[in-house]
Design a protein around this ligand. Sequence first.
Ligand SMILES: Cc1cc2nc3c(=O)[nH]c(=O)nc-3n(C[C@H](O)[C@H](O)[C@H](O)COP(=O)(O)OP(=O)(O)OC[C@H]3O[C@@H](n4cnc5c(N)ncnc54)[C@H](O)[C@@H]3O)c2cc1C
Length: 682
Amino acid sequence: MSNRFIPLEPMQPRERIGVYVCHCGSNIAGTVDVAEVRDWAEKRLAHRGVVVARDYKFMCSSLGQELIAKDIKEQGLTRVVVAACSPHLHEQTFRKACQMAGLNPYLCELVSIREQVSWVHTDKHAATDKAKAILSGGVERVMRHTPLEPLHVPIHPATLVVGGGIAGIQAALEIADAGFPVYLVEREPSIGGHMAQFDKTFPTLDCAACILTPRMVSAGNHPNITLLTWSEVTRVDGYVGNFTVTIRKKARYVKEELCTGCGVCQEKCPKRVVDEQYEAGLGFRKACYIPFPQAVPKYPVIDTENCVFFAKGTCKACQKFCPTNAIDYDQKDEYLSVQVGNIILATGYDLFDARRVSQYGYGRLANVFTSLEFERLSNSAGPTNGNIVLRDGVTTPKTVGIIHCVGSRDRNFNNYCSAICCMQSLKFAHLVKERTGATVYNFYIDIRTTAKAYDEFYQRVLEEGTLFVRGKVAEVTDAARKPGEEGKIIIQVEDTLVGKQRRIPVDMVILANGLEPRRDAKEVAKIFGISCSADGWLIEKHPKLDPVATMTEGIYIAGCATGPKDIPSTVAQGAAAAASVLGRIQQGEIALEPVRASVLEERCSGCRICNNLCPFNAITFHEDRMVTSINAALCQGCGTCVAACPAGAITGTAFSNEQIIGQIEGLLMRNLETAPVGAGQA
Ligand SMILES: Cc1cc2nc3c(=O)[nH]c(=O)nc-3n(C[C@H](O)[C@H](O)[C@H](O)COP(=O)(O)OP(=O)(O)OC[C@H]3O[C@@H](n4cnc5c(N)ncnc54)[C@H](O)[C@@H]3O)c2cc1C
């Protein structure tokens, strides 16, 4: 070792430390010489308190955990260091093993020699040295740990579900059916989400309304569900078990307690408006409108931007004809405050704006449609009663091209696969064939039909005679060059299976535009103290092992808010999030990790640098005392404020300066310099 560093004070070991090195099959042992690390720890770290070091194939297995427990009991261990995978994965496993053996679980330290060593190195010798350094850091750190106790907080039995698509409806019903109160907040005038716009759903082609409407009605009538539509959450205070949520209930200009949903106001309203929302721009609604016939709740809403009364002060037809005097032009937005223990975010997705791929002509060429437009066009309750026609409203197409992966799997837009577009395009191909008999081309990169009954549906569409061209479409134009192409849309594509360029004239093009995060996902994430991925989707705590939890305790996510998925997966996530919440509610209270930041008030200068940094809204500034304090239940122990505090007034439990500096010194292996001469030269 270099003598540039001031050696640590020789220290008489006060602790009895056990070191456990995991092979993780060949995940670690393939790159790190685990036996060497074990021997090294036993010999070279003995003077730091290591009394036993063992290696085992799978330390996380019950046999591996028993090894640790046995040593704690028989060898009187006072500290444990496990060198294995990321703490994210198995910290709790090893803490529990220690606790079962009577050792305070926070006296166990898990260091990662998999993610930080074996998975990122190939040189076995160097990787083994790095594993030793990381282990040495863990030993220095654990000897500075103090026993900790978790914080216990009560759980309020009510739950807030944000987003009334199928994910939110499912979650709300599961919780309400179990007997607990739910506030279901939806920003649109009705619940239902995207699914309410569809006619048939793949792969079974069952009618979306037939399966969705009963659930919407159940959610609307359920005695345990308070439905707040045309509403948005503006603020969340508090912490798991005890959130205070502020909800803005936008003025509908209709008194819900008087309205019977008869629809007379909508009928009498003289102002027709293009319906960009529900009809995807293909149909009309009134300025006073119920979004669709099966809407829940059935109350109308007045669109003030288009209402003649709000623009000119005249008309008032809705008020004149309302049989129950329910129209109230003076209604104001209301702000409600509700208490909940847990929150589920099910805010869904937006569609990729097809105009961004300008070479496909959407918005320029009349008969280029988006996926959602086609859903409305083919919907028997849609603007054409389900007749698949061109934009003139009468002509049935004879040839239709469906272009997959518009805005997805494209490094110019989104790298990810939107998961549902292949099946959606196959559904469209089937509907076009069935209803018009047209020739249908699917232009695809790869066909992805991996879920239950999906590939069978693909085979069915193939047998129906749909044509498939493998290749990314280069351009969609109206530049007819040959006889017979007049009035047609030309699809220019390289057919990669035959290796030649093709020009295919069609009457209609349907773009399978992908799914994107909600445009306001980042703002929503900020309100709830959670994060978004680089793509913008809400991030789950663990993509495999905890896909509906978030890093913020008490906040769950479900459905397409976390990424593209089909209805079955969305429903499964809604139910899973509800199950997690119910588990919490039934416990009555929750034990929170004691790893938290706290402020030493006498050192706080009131500079407020930390105030806006906390991603969990755990920091409050007290104007009266000019100091900052941290809500222990809200703090997630991320350490951002600790690092930012210029006065060193904030400390993190289990991450004190002493612990961190000790760990760094261990990593630098300065501790070896204080080893008694001849002590275990490896
Ligand atoms: C054209 C098309 C066709 C499809 N066809 C099928 C099919 O046949 N079969 C299939 O399995 N899947 C299909 N899908 C996928 C399906 O749409 C999704 O799986 C499903 O709708 C996801 O539901 P969700 O509740 O997660 O999201 P959404 O349906 O998007 O619902 C989210 C809800 O949250 C509300 N919301 C958003 N933000 C807020 C906020 N801040 N506050 C309050 N409320 C908010 C929204 O208004 C919306 O009501 C299709 C998708 C597309 C685009």
